[in-house]
Design a protein around this ligand. Structure first.
Ligand code: ARG
Length: 579
């Protein structure tokens, strides 16, 4: 099933090609920017007229005449406006027929793509030396939303959790672990709080130069494959991954152990990376290190910026591993897109490694490498979100606080529920509020983390949308059964028609998110959808209407609920039947 926008683009495009005599015309059909312009508008006529050397208004008129003569059941009427825009009004019967088709198979709300691709989504990817902190929230949930959206469209998604498990910090941690287990045993308890463990190790490292030397020697041993060091390292990594998994489960994020492709996985390929760069004559030595200089990357002073590949002591760097990872994703997995959902502060890193990869042939010509950058989560003081004392906040603590606050809120709103109900509602609402507050902002900007707005039942928030959903479900429960066979037979009220058209546009928004990777577009859509539902609910009696109209409106309610539920699901937000 194609979206309305796709159908209109095909139809208007074909007519435009025919009357202009130019092949493959793009009619640029978009959702109408104002209600008086109809349901959709075609903005492409003017540029085609320019190419064809014809009068744009005349061309628009010819297109409309041609399409009207074709007696298209989808269309109620056209208008030519301004210099050559075409306003498109869809017919009510076509809308209702399409609704019936979707009602018979709700999966059609978001149809499968005609061109399924293999897509890598690299997200979350924390460094395992420390516990996940608030800085990992954005990448984890934006990435998960994109993976869900693309997967729902029928693409083959390969999630990659590119965790940092191989850097110098692990030498320090391993040495500290070896020391402790020699003197005290019982490591798992000590590792239960990774954050304090890291701090204790760091303190020891800074205070004792013998220990620091041992730590440095440990990295070399680890990276050289020393069996004893590997065992201790693996113990640490396992413990750290358990912490991550607990967060993913709490967040309802679809990552698991099988999505892990840690930095250490690429260790075996790093020598080959250097050789390949050498063969391509891209390496030069700068201050003893092996680097690649590409002319398009220069610093403020105009001097070329290096991509450092190998340090003087032989150690490899973050970029080296990323080149190996590009090779794996492009050449071995044969992915067609590879998304990197990573902090905007790594922009230059990705521009550089993508460019080096292309230059040296680590990527094939048909992969699109995309850095999906996001900004920083700020506190109310406009600085990166921290505790009062300036420490980073553990992600698990933030999520627990969200659940605690949601519980208070629900208890206020809805006294008299039992304990299990409070717990379930608070967990879902608290997590949803945090996720939605983030996903609903344009990912490229920084945003201010604010408990009170995200937990409000008014405005563009998760509680508002979840409440709207629960409210529709409660209306539907009033009709005992048999609603499945009931169809939408009335869109004569503006509020009904607007709501139905909006429901059909879910798939168009999903298309945009899949292409441009902005989850906030889906959030805005769902907020507007809920708003249109509220308007419909206020202006159109449902249960009090006569039988046929009542059923038509209930069917519209049911379709709205499905669209909300499916949309929220793509954001990784679970709905509640009652709140
Ligand atoms: N571990 C890195 C960090 O915490 C993020 C890794 C992102 N993915 C990648 N392929 N570089 O900054």
């Amino acid at each position: 099933m194609n979206t309305l926008k796709q159908i209109l683009n095909q139809q208007v495009g074909a007519a435009l090609s025919e009357v202009s005599g130019l092949a493959d015309c793009d009619p640029n059909v978009i959702t109408a920017s104002k209600p008086e312009f109809g349901d959709y508008q075609s903005n492409g006529v003017m540029s085609i007229a320019k190419k064809a050397g014809s009068n744009p208004r005349q061309l628009a008129n010819d297109v409309v005449e041609k399409m009207t003569a074709d007696a298209n059941p989808l269309i109620e009427r056209f208008e030519v406006a301004g210099p050559g825009f075409i306003n498109i009004h869809l017919s009510d019967s076509a809308l209702m027929q399409r609704a019936a088709e979707i009602r018979s198979d709700l999966q059609k709300l978001i149809p499968q793509t005609a061109q399924a691709e293999k897509i890598v989504v690299d997200y979350s990817s924390p460094n395992l030396a420390k516990e996940m902190h608030v800085g990992h929230l954005r990448g984890t949930i934006i990435g998960d939303c994109l993976a869900r959206v693309l997967e729902r469209q029928g693409h083959e998604i390969i999630r990659q959790n590119h965790v940092g498990d191989w850097g110098t910090q692990f030498g320090m941690l391993i040495s500290y672990m070896r020391e402790l287990s020699a003197s005290q045993g019982d490591l798992p308890t000590q590792l239960a709080d990774l954050e304090s463990f890291y701090r204790a190790a760091k303190k020891r490292f800074d205070a004792d130069s013998d220990f620091a030397d041992t730590a440095r020697a440990s990295v070399v041993k680890l990276q050289g494959g020393d069996a004893d060091h590997l065992v201790v390292w693996q113990q640490f990594i396992d413990e750290s991954l358990k912490h991550c998994q607990a967060i993913y489960d709490k967040l309802n994020v679809t990552l698991s152990r099988k999505d892990l492709k840690a930095e250490s996985f690429y260790n075996k390929d790093l020598k080959g990376v250097v050789e390949k760069l050498e063969q391509a004559s891209l390496l030069s030595i700068s201050n003893g290190a092996r680097c690649v200089f590409l002319p398009e990357f220069t610093g403020k002073d105009g001097n070329p910026l290096p991509v450092i590949i190998q340090k003087t002591d032989g150690g490899y760097l973050y970029a080296t591993t990323d080149l190996a990872a590009i090779q794996y994703r492009s050449i071995e997995l044969k992915a067609e897109r590879s998304l990197y959902v990573v902090d905007a502060r790594q922009s230059l890193h990705f521009q550089q490694v993508f460019a080096v990869a292309r230059e040296a042939g680590f990527s094939s010509a048909n992969i699109s490498l995309e850095h999906i950058a996001y900004g920083t989560m700020m506190g109310k003081d406009g600085r990166p979100f921290k505790t009062r004392s300036g420490d980073t906040i553990k992600l698990v603590d933030l999520l627990d606080e969200a659940i605690r606050r949601a519980r208070e809120l629900v208890a206020q709103k809805n006294p008299g529920l039992d304990e299990t109900a409070y717990t379930e509602i608070a967990e879902k609402v608290g997590i949803a509020a945090v996720k939605y507050a983030d996903l609903s902002k344009n990912r490229t900007s920084d945003y201010v983390f604010d408990w009170s707005t995200m937990l409000s039942f008014e405005g563009n928030t998760a509680p508002y949308l979840m409440y709207a959903y629960a409210r529709i479900r409660s209306i539907l429960r009033k009709r005992d059964s048999g609603l499945e066979d009931v169809q939408i037979t009335s869109v004569s009220e503006t509020a009904e028609r607007n709501l139905l058209l909006k429901i059909m546009q879910l798939s168009e928004v999903v298309d945009m998110v899949a292409r441009d990777c902005y989850p906030n577009l889906l959030c805005n859509y769902l907020y507007e959808l809920a708003g249109l539902f509220m308007r419909f609910y206020e202006s159109c009696p449902i249960l009090k209407a006569d039988a046929q109209l009542r059923d038509s409106r209930l069917a519209l309610c049911a379709l709205t609920a499905s669209a909300l539920k499916q949309g929220l699901d793509l954001l990784g937000i679970e709905t509640l039947e009652k709140m």
